[in-house]
Design a binder for this molecule. Structure first.
Ligand code: ATP
Ligand code: MG
Length: 386
């Protein structure tokens, strides 16, 4: 396995730096992926003893979390998460664990699933694993280590679904029963938010949501739709600079009551910008007027100011025209050009520019001079009409 690790650039870098220390283990997902013949995307290391020597040899940019004796190291080749091996006990379900130094064999037992309860020493050919780990890896089963697992940490329901979908594994029957019986738990919103984001980054989040719903419907907010119709056409329409993840989340949340949705997103520590985007897109705010528009200027009026994700979710030919072409149409003039001709500052300038943009979108006005003329005509008519 260590030889296979050598073939991955990040693995080679880790082996070159700390492979001979003797107290450093590859653990969890990377070991699982190597056994399954998949290439690990990131590396988790377990250190028996202090982290200092390992961190000094690895270099890169480092962030250390003393409370849990863990660190994250960013190297050119990828990210390495490092922890001192330890045991964990939960003072009450869902609480942050109390940790104490322990041997690797004990550390393995605090893991989420048997397929992740695996570690290999980087120096000696020593492999430590949960007794069911290898059988579950070869049969494709996601199984918790003990009956308290979901009560200790309810985010494991999400992790369970994520691994099952990503790896094409089955959830063990008893594990599914435990997940169904788990309460909502008392874990921090930030940790739930982290798991939700990880799910959104996977190839097919909707499959994960569907599995989460069947494992434990209480894990999802009321009104959440795991498989929203219209999502795949919205994703097809979505340009590179828009967020697939937030579009997916917004589509799933179209039926969630608005104040509940914003509170949920705040609780999970989504930023204010992300929350507002998801909230707006989830209402498909631009949907109706955008679909009904039959002039380019009407499409502009319906879509302008809305997040691109919302326009994609509204779907249809007008959404495509806006995303691919009309959103790039800009005026060659601005308010200062009108003020320079003697127009007083005020809201009339904004409405004159918007009217001119309508005419430009509809092809009735071309170029800077025609735009200035059109805007001034609008101002004159408005003043005469007062
Ligand atoms: P991925 O391939 O998505 O990175 P991973 O298995 O490496 O999956 P990480 O989140 O990187 O997952 O965590 C590394 C390891 O730490 C896991 O394999 C698992 O052993 C352990 N772990 C992570 N989160 C939990 C948790 N909530 N409860 C118990 N063990 C966990
Ligand atoms: Mg990992």
């Amino acid at each position: 396995m260590v030889a296979k690790l050598e073939e991955v650039p990040l693995g080679k870098r880790v082996l070159d730096c700390v492979g001979e220390l003797g107290n450093v283990w590859l653990v969890g997902g990377a070991v699982r992926d190597l056994i399954l013949g998949r290439s690990p995307l990131e590396v988790d290391l377990l250190v028996e003893g202090q982290l200092d020597e390992v961190l000094a040899l690895l270099g890169g940019s480092q962030q250390r979390f003393d409370r849990f004796d863990t660190a994250t190291v960013e190297l050119e080749e990828g990210t390495v998460d490092i922890a001192a091996s330890r045991s964990e006990t939960y003072p009450h379900p869902g609480a942050l664990p109390v940790v104490a130094p322990a041997a690797v064999s004990e550390d393995i037992l605090r893991r989420d699933f048997t397929i992740n309860a695996v570690a290999v020493n980087l120096d000696q050919p020593t492999f430590v694993a949960h007794p069911d780990a290898l059988a579950d890896l070869s049969e494709g089963i996601v199984r918790v280590l003990h009956d308290q697992s979901f009560a200790d940490d309810p985010t494991r329901v999400w992790r369970c679904a994520r691994y099952a979908v990503r790896l094409g594994f089955q959830v063990d029957q008893h594990t599914a029963e435990l997940a169904a019986a788990a309460g909502p738990g008392m874990t921090s919103g930030e940790r739930f938010g982290h798991e939700l984001r990880l799910s959104l980054r996977e190839t097919d989040p909707t499959q994960i949501f569907t599995l989460v719903q069947s494992l434990n419907p209480a894990a999802l907010i009321e009104g959440f739709e795991p498989r929203p119709s219209g999502l795949s056409s919205a994703l097809d329409l979505l340009p590179q600079d828009a967020s697939r993840e937030l579009t997916t989340l917004a589509a799933c949340c179209a039926g969630v009551e608005m104040s509940l949705l914003t509170r949920w997103l705040d609780y999970m520590q989504f930023s204010a910008d992300e929350r507002d985007l998801v909230a707006a897109a989830s209402r498909w705010v631009t949907g109706e007027p955008l679909r009904a528009a039959d002039r380019r200027s009407q499409i502009g009026r319906a879509a302008r100011g809305a997040p691109i994700e919302a326009v994609a979710l509204a779907g249809g030919a007008n959404a495509r025209l806006w995303i691919e072409e009309l959103r790039f149409v800009k005026l060659e003039i601005d308010g200062d050009d009108l003020i320079a001709t003697g127009v007083a500052r005020g809201p009339l300038i904004g409405s004159a520019l918007e009217h001119t943009l309508d005419l430009t979108l509809d092809g009735e006005v071309r170029g800077r001079q025609e735009q200035i003329d059109a805007a001034l005509t609008h101002v004159e008519q408005a003043v005469q009409g007062q």
